[in-house]
Design a protein around this ligand. Structure first.
Ligand code: ZN
Ligand code: ZN
Ligand code: ZN
Length: 273
């Protein structure tokens, strides 16, 4: 299995569109790993997690053709993770229309509701929508998935995160969540991962429906104590906001002593057999 980060920024992007704070100004000056689009992850070349507003920009920047994506996962319908307009680009003349492979899209019930409200013709878009709930497991193509409940958008939306298994490999994509709910820790028992992608949104700030530096380390400690990380397994932080987080090099320096890494846009990880 291999995977690539199409974006590693929080909802406002990094640097943020309308911000001249020191961090955003320095990020613009230095460029490179300091430029972060909205978060999404491509697994192999046929599975995409989250379809946000930067999907086209990411595909162009990384020279990707998403034609082969046959399975999609949506974590939740916040605008930085789910932009329904992406799916209107599948039918002709915008996309390949009947020639593209059917994509099965899995996510909380809000996904189907929003696409229906926008009037998407699923057949023309070559799209099948499957609503999934927390703690449900299923199989699609060569992948096994389990959905877990995130602590996020409480009393507002259903937010999920996912384990993805293929052959001998397993990864966890935990974006947009505070400290995991107890029922999620219970459900994770017995799973183990080659890589855990874990959000760290607010850095020095504090907000209980995202992780900060402090709560990221608390989750990481429990991940290790619970045996969720396989030997040699990697922990990759992402979904960084300019509000509370420093530039990439400082993020790297913060995570390294804890055995974690700061992901960056375009970063590719190959899990060898
Ligand atoms: Zn987000
Ligand atoms: Zn800023
Ligand atoms: Zn969110």
């Amino acid at each position: 299995m291999r995977f690539q980060f199409l974006g590693t920024g929080a909802s406002e992007g990094f640097p943020a569109l309308f911000c001249n704070c020191t961090v955003c100004s320095e990020a613009r000056r230095l460029g490179g790993k300091n430029l972060r689009l909205r978060s999404a992850l491509l697994v192999n070349d046929d599975l995409l997690v989250d379809f946000g507003p930067d999907l086209l920009a990411a595909a162009q920047r990384l020279n990707l053709n998403l034609w082969k994506v046959r399975t999609g996962l949506i974590t939740h319908t916040h605008e930085d993770h789910f932009n329904p307009d992406n799916f209107f680009l599948r039918p002709q003349p915008f996309g390949g229309g009947p020639n593209i492979p059917v994509m099965r899209l899995y996510g909380p019930k809000d996904v189907a509701v929003e696409l229906a409200a926008k009037g998407l013709d699923l057949e023309k878009a070559r799209l099948e929508i499957q609503t999934v709930s927390a703690f449900e497991s299923w199989q699609d193509n060569d992948y096994n998935f389990t959905a877990f409940r995130a602590y996020h958008a409480i009393d507002h939306l259903e937010a999920l995160f996912y384990s993805i298994e293929a052959g001998p490999h397993a990864i966890l994509y935990a974006t947009d969540t505070g400290y995991f709910p107890e029922e999620t820790w219970q459900a994770l028992q017995g799973h183990s991962f080659d890589a855990i992608i874990l959000e760290e949104t607010v850095g020095k700030g504090s907000y209980n429906q995202h992780l900060s530096f402090d709560t990221f380390l608390q989750v990481l400690e429990r991940i290790r104590d619970s045996g969720l990380l396989r030997p040699g397994g990697r922990v990759l932080a992402h979904h960084f906001s300019h509000s509370g987080n420093p530039l990439h090099d400082e993020l790297h320096a913060f995570f390294a002593p804890h055995g974690a890494e700061a992901a960056y846009d375009g970063m590719e990880v190959v899990l060898s057999d």
